[in-house]
Design a protein. Structure first.
Length: 270
């Protein structure tokens, strides 16, 4: 599933195509993805000018000059295709700009979503209203984590995947950040001291920043809007490396927690 770096990379890829452009044609090619698509989405976008593109957690945001924000989620297999030679059966939304460029949202498995809300009410949008701070933002600090994790008996890995604590972190990058910070994924969240939390916050920011710079990680169907694959998978320290050597000389192990694979090194993660 595309995670935060993949969504950020997607938004950055869409920006030179859509930002500042009037949407001269909007084709909604099916009534639903994971959930129904608002009936008025096409009408509200048609003729509007895109004024900003952004991201909240794993959601992409497209703001227009009408005070609307289209919200998209890539689900498990979604991606945007730029100027496709042909529109395929899995291209469920096609945006055409006045400059003649096209962006098609392709989602073969239809686990993604599309919605449109008033920009002024974005913070009250149901999924966003309960989210924690952005991991790349200034509000994500060791002090925030210390307060949010106080008294928690769940594992630190489970806590970092909790969107109420920090928004947008997924399995791959949590495994990578915990490995970089030398913290065992099963450590009880409420027992981690300030110094180790500071190390963890730095690791989360560093891992996400490096992944965005590399264009994300290519898993199954994910590709950037220009069709290129992300290359951060080649830099993975722990994820997907079961049985391989860790940089410390230990061996990367894998276990399954709540249906998700956890990759870690028992030698350097304590």
């Amino acid at each position: 599933m595309p995670e935060l770096p993949e969504v950020e990379t997607t938004v950055r890829g869409l920006e030179p195509v859509l930002a500042g452009q009037v949407l001269s044609a909007v084709e909604v090619r099916r009534p639903d993805l994971r959930w129904p698509i608002p009936l008025d989405l096409g009408e509200r976008l048609l003729g509007a000018r895109v004024v900003r593109l952004g991201r909240r957690a794993k959601y992409g945001l497209i703001d227009t000059d009408r005070g609307d924000t289209m919200i998209f989620h890539l689900g498990m297999s979604g991606r945007w295709r730029i100027d496709p030679a042909e529109i395929g059966k899995h291209d469920h939304l096609v945006l055409t700009t006045g400059a003649g460029r096209r962006a098609a949202l392709c989602d073969p498995r239809r686990f993604g979503s599309l919605d449109i809300v008033r920009t002024e009410s974005l913070d009250r949008y149901a999924p966003f209203a309960v989210m924690g701070p952005e991991p790349l933002g200034n509000r994500f600090t060791a002090a925030h984590l210390r307060e949010a994790l106080k008294g928690r008996k769940s594992s630190i890995k489970a806590a970092l995947l909790d969107q109420h604590i920090v928004a947008g972190l997924g399995n791959i990058y949590v495994c990578e950040a915990l490995h970089m910070a030398h913290i065992a994924p099963g450590t009880k969240a409420g027992r981690i001291g300030t110094e180790r939390l500071e190390r963890l916050v730095r690791a989360v920011k560093d891992v996400l920043g490096s992944a965005i710079e590399a264009g994300g990680s290519s898993l199954r169907d994910y590709a950037r809007p220009d069709g290129q694959l992300g290359y951060f998978a080649k830099q993975w320290r722990a994820y997907g490396r079961e049985g391989e050597s860790c940089a410390c000389g230990g061996t990367i192990r894998r276990r399954v927690d709540s249906g998700r694979s956890t990759f870690f090194c028992a030698s350097c993660q304590r």
